[in-house]
Design a protein. Structure first.
Length: 222
């Protein structure tokens, strides 16, 4: 059990949740998942958390008069669980300053596109329809603009002309499942620092050997 504690926000299937929980369980991420907060009753992610013995909190956004009121309740649940980091994994609500101010620089998200391209919903279909040759996913810090904060890691996948959106979506999801645990590992290890628009990662050039997932930087000339 590690002292670093993650709270996850999710609304749906929870395949990213599961990839993170698996990485925590096998020691790749030196952390614990203190709580899963979900806003959709009956979401599959709730069952996935229960199956792993991870505490869950169901908070229905429709029970609140405003986004800020909902966010305050979510922040209360995260704070009560003592989380150090909030990871949004398929959370279908836009978060506001009411939550972000409670976890400054400590909220991250995964978006299924190579930001800043294709922000917002249906990013994979937008990329496929646009005719891109390379699509991908981004893990980034969250600020008050949607899909905008400083980028931690990105992963790329190829797209063939005319491929349908569901094929592209599956390929991106597979890279998400590698990317998000990697980003959370770096943060849990205390190696990640926000520097304006940039995210600095200690020892970044030493990790990763796959050319399509945030390729390691070439050694600096001396
Ligand atoms: C993922 O594609 C994620 O990037 C997006 O929503 C999807 C959630 O999938 N924000 P899952 O619930 O993790 O399976």
């Amino acid at each position: 059990m590690s002292g670093f504690s993650i709270g996850i926000l999710a609304s749906g299937t929870g395949s990213n949740f599961d990839s993170i929980a698996a990485a925590v369980a096998d020691g790749r991420i030196p952390a614990t998942i203190a709580v899963l907060v979900c806003n959709r009753e009956g979401a599959a992610v709730l069952d996935k958390a229960r199956a792993r013995g991870i505490p869950t909190a169901f908070i229905d956004h429709r029970a609140f008069p405003s986004r800020a009121a909902f966010d305050a309740a979510v922040a209360d649940a995260l704070e009560a669980a003592g989380v150090d980091l909030v990871a949004m994994a398929g959370f279908d609500r836009i978060v506001t300053g009411a939550l972000l101010a409670r976890f400054p620089g400590r909220v991250v998200n995964i978006h299924p596109a190579l930001l800043p391209a294709f922000r917002g919903a249906h990013a994979q279909a937008q990329a496929a329809d646009y005719g891109v040759a390379i699509a991908g996913a981004t893990v980034h810090f969250v600020d008050e603009d949607v899909d905008h904060g400083p980028i931690i890691v990105q992963g790329a996948v190829p797209v063939a002309p005319g491929e349908d959106a569901s094929t592209v979506q599956k390929r991106i999801l597979a890279v998400e499942h590698r990317l998000y645990p990697e980003a959370l590992r770096l943060i849990a290890e205390g190696r990640v620092r926000i520097d304006g628009r940039f995210v600095r990662v200690d020892g970044r050039e030493a990790i990763g050997d796959e050319c399509l997932v945030s390729p390691p930087l070439p050694p600096r000339p001396r």
